[in-house]
Design a protein around this ligand. Structure first.
Ligand SMILES: O=C[C@H](O)[C@H](O)[C@H](O)COP(=O)(O)O
Length: 224
């Protein structure tokens, strides 16, 4: 079974949790895209929901497949949020932001009553950090932040796309960090968040209620 199939199976399973009348957080990335397509099919069949997108790309896809959208402030509290991840460990700690959408994703997750992560089997790791940790930074401070994080041994790299700095939906810059050697991840997260100009990190530490992982031809559940 290929990875795309694993993503798709996890995504389809997650859509079964969405019920009539729910306000739904719509994640970003390739796995979340499968979920949005399936949700669009269900809406076409009569499922009545409203979605809050976690990125401009997700909003575009959701509109294309006919999912009614509302803003976060209209929704206030979401019933369920379904999103992908770049890595997760057995304690349900995540790295997200490979696609640069971590800030809005974290806001949507925080404002959701129930957070579901959908993933293929390659995302499961014993220790977080093989995937570089994305942090979102205010451009005014990015060079200084890179300087400070270099001194901390985090090997920060400004994310580039075709040679130019990658800009997030909030017009910020992403810096990717090597955190593999760090043992105390919650403490690292606290240290990063305290640096002025770092808006958010891609560490999602206590926000997940359920992970659905496509593995071979089945979907495995990891729950709190
Ligand atoms: O910024 C991107 C998001 O955090 C994605 O959910 C994450 O990168 C996983 O994406 P994918 O499902 O494409 O592997």
């Amino acid at each position: 079974m290929g990875l795309e199939q694993e993503k798709k199976m996890a995504a389809i399973k997650s859509v079964a949790l969405v019920k009539n009348g729910m306000l739904v957080g719509l994640g970003s990335g390739s796995t979340a895209a499968f979920m949005i397509l399936k949700l669009g099919e269900e809406v076409a069949k009569g499922l009545s929901i409203k979605g809050v997108p976690s990125s401009d790309a997700t909003a575009k896809l959701a509109r294309e497949v006919g999912i009614p959208l509302i803003s976060l402030e209209e929704a206030m509290k979401l019933d369920i949020n379904i999103d992908g991840a770049d890595e997760f460990d057995s304690s349900m700690q995540l790295i997200k932001g490979g696609g640069g959408a971590l800030l809005r994703e974290k806001i949507v997750a925080y404002n959701s009553k129930y957070n579901v992560i959908i993933a293929d089997s390659t995302k499961e790791v014993r220790r977080l950090g093989k995937f570089k940790l994305p942090i979102e930074t205010i451009p005014f401070a990015t060079k200084n932040i890179i300087g400070e994080l270099t001194e901390m041994g985090l090997k920060p790299k400004l994310r580039l796309v075709k040679g130019s700095p990658y800009k997030t939906d909030e017009e910020n810059l992403i810096v990717d960090l090597d955190i593999f050697e760090w043992d105390d991840i919650p403490n690292l997260n606290e240290m990063l968040i305290r640096i002025p100009g770092i808006v958010e990190t891609g560490l999602f530490l206590d926000s997940t209620d359920l992970i659905l992982v496509g593995k071979g031809d089945s979907v495995i559940k990891i729950e709190k």
